[in-house]
Design a protein around this ligand. Structure first.
Ligand SMILES: [Cu+2]
Length: 486
């Protein structure tokens, strides 16, 4: 038997249905969708975020031990404006170290909050982020090496919105929490007593940890009340490993208006939308007929490489309930007509590429796979090397455009690059239409992809930028590299 098929067979044997990601057949829609409080972050001082421990009742009458930013679970939505400096203090009231990573923001390495920028227990750091990039939906989360999965899963994550005069917000729903609604989607698993369950060894490390319940803004399968008209949802997949393919149960179409890094050139009509971990999308949904709808997701199985797993899939089941949307908000909708195009769209502007780099996301790393089969933590890597905080993997020049070719081992991986936004050129050898994808900072690697990338800010060896798989258990097990920009 060849080594590859032996390992694939062994993975299949320990991936029997029921171990990971099994979905309840009949979830009951819970309470009202919570809306994270909005924090305007500008040049004035006084804004702060503290990582704290809390308790949170996902399940009525049961308390889960959670983490949050200045609240029991998750954090406030930070709103920043292009052309301004965003000042805030980050405090760590936990016993373990954290970082504050600004996912998608174009800031220098020393402000990026990567694994080198640890905030020790009891300490504060001051941040001044010069915001200069188009409007969009971003997020922030802790990023210490080896513990990102655990901390994000328990709640050290929040949304970050950038506003920009050039983005034509007047034609888009923009009343926060009314017709412009944030949806932080995470899957959770619970113990019998309602506490959060988490595992980053063995099978969970290989497939990525997946829960069987869907939390939106920290509430399980909640209900959102929306005005009768066009409603904008800002979707963030803040799950550790789960991929969603979202659609409405009544089959209604909707328009995607933004992806990871900002507005698309024009709305794209869709009936479903795939969101891999860390990806964002903004959609406009028409509720003018007053009918309620359920946002559901396919229970996307872990996608193994074609042929290796027979059907190429494992796991999977019936649809997951995400959110029920009921028409009848307390305020009227502000927008009734779909815009035809966006003046504030984030268009790609790149020079001629001067270099090509290749990145192979590896799961086959010596004895690592064997360790995982016995419940331990595997070792993953990129280009044959597991992440090492003391090693700089790539050195880039500021302002130079490059083509990065990323390919995947064994299963599909969401590849994230810090410090910039990029254009996806090809996926699996097929060219990608920019109008459909827009500017990105996460790209889904089934087999391979090519991206066009450039960095306009510096990153030194003391605080380099990261590239990594955003399946957090893969990242924590070494599927990450780091680079400088000078
Ligand atoms: Cu991965």
């Amino acid at each position: 038997m060849k080594r590859r098929s032996f390992i694939a067979g062994s993975m299949a044997a320990i991936a029997a249905p029921g171990l990971v990601g099994r979905v309840r057949a009949q979830p009951v829609f819970g309470g009202q969708l919570p809306i994270p409080p909005l924090m305007e972050v500008g040049e004035e001082s006084g804004n702060r975020l503290d990582a704290i421990e809390g308790t949170h009742a996902f399940i009525e009458g049961e308390q889960a031990q959670t983490l949050g930013w200045s609240q029991d679970h998750l954090g406030p939505t930070l709103r920043m404006r292009r052309g301004r400096t965003a000042r805030l203090t980050i405090g760590n009231r936990l016993e373990s170290e954290i970082t504050s990573h600004w996912h998608g923001l174009h800031v220098p390495g020393w402000l990026d909050g990567g694994p080198q920028s640890l905030i020790a227990s009891g300490r504060n750091i001051e941040q001044a982020l010069d915001i200069d990039q188009p409007a969009g939906t971003f997020w922030y989360h802790s990023h210490p090496h080896g513990r990102t999965g655990d901390q994000v899963y328990r709640g050290l994550a929040g949304l970050l919105l950038i506003e920009d005069d050039r983005a034509d917000t007047s034609v888009l729903p923009s009343a926060y929490g009314v017709d412009d609604i944030p949806l932080i989607i995470q899957d959770k698993a619970f113990t019998r007593r309602g506490n959060l369950q988490y595992d980053d060894g063995g099978m969970a490390a290989m497939q990525g940890f997946r829960g069987d319940r869907i939390a939106v803004n920290g509430a399980l399968e909640p209900v959102a009340h929306v005005p009768q008209g066009l409603v904008r949802f800002r979707l963030l997949n803040a799950s550790n490993a789960r991929v969603y393919v979202l659609s409405f149960d009544d089959g209604r179409r909707f328009h995607q208006i933004a992806s990871d890094a900002g507005l698309l050139p024009a709305p794209v009509s869709r009936s479903q939308l795939q969101l891999a971990p860390a990806e964002r999308a903004e959609i406009l949904v028409d509720f003018s007929n007053g009918a309620e709808a359920r946002l559901v997701s396919q229970d996307v199985p872990v996608q193994m490489m074609g042929g290796m797993m027979g059907g190429g899939m494992m796991g999977g089941g019936s649809d997951l309930e995400v959110l029920k949307v009921v028409v009848g908000g307390s305020r009227p909708a502000t927008v009734s007509e779909l815009p035809q195009e966006f003046s504030g769209a984030y268009l790609p502007v790149f020079g001629e590429p001067v270099r090509r780099r290749e990145f192979r996301l590896n799961m086959m790393m010596g004895m690592g796979m064997m360790r995982a089969m016995f419940g331990g933590r595997p070792t993953f890597g990129i280009n044959g090397q597991a992440y090492d905080m003391g090693r700089i993997d790539q050195q880039l020049r500021r302002g130079e455009t490059e083509i990065w070719e990323i390919s995947a081992d064994m299963m599909s991986h969401p590849f994230h690059v810090h410090g910039t936004s990029f254009q996806v050129l090809t996926q699996n050898g097929i060219s990608v239409d920019f109008a459909e994808t827009g500017m990105k900072d996460v790209v889904w690697i089934e087999n391979s992809a090519e991206i066009l990338v450039r960095f306009d800010h510096p990153a030194t060896p003391e605080a380099p930028y990261m590239y990594h798989c955003h399946i957090l258990e893969h990242e924590d097990s070494g599927m990450m590299g780091q680079f400088t920009v000078s």
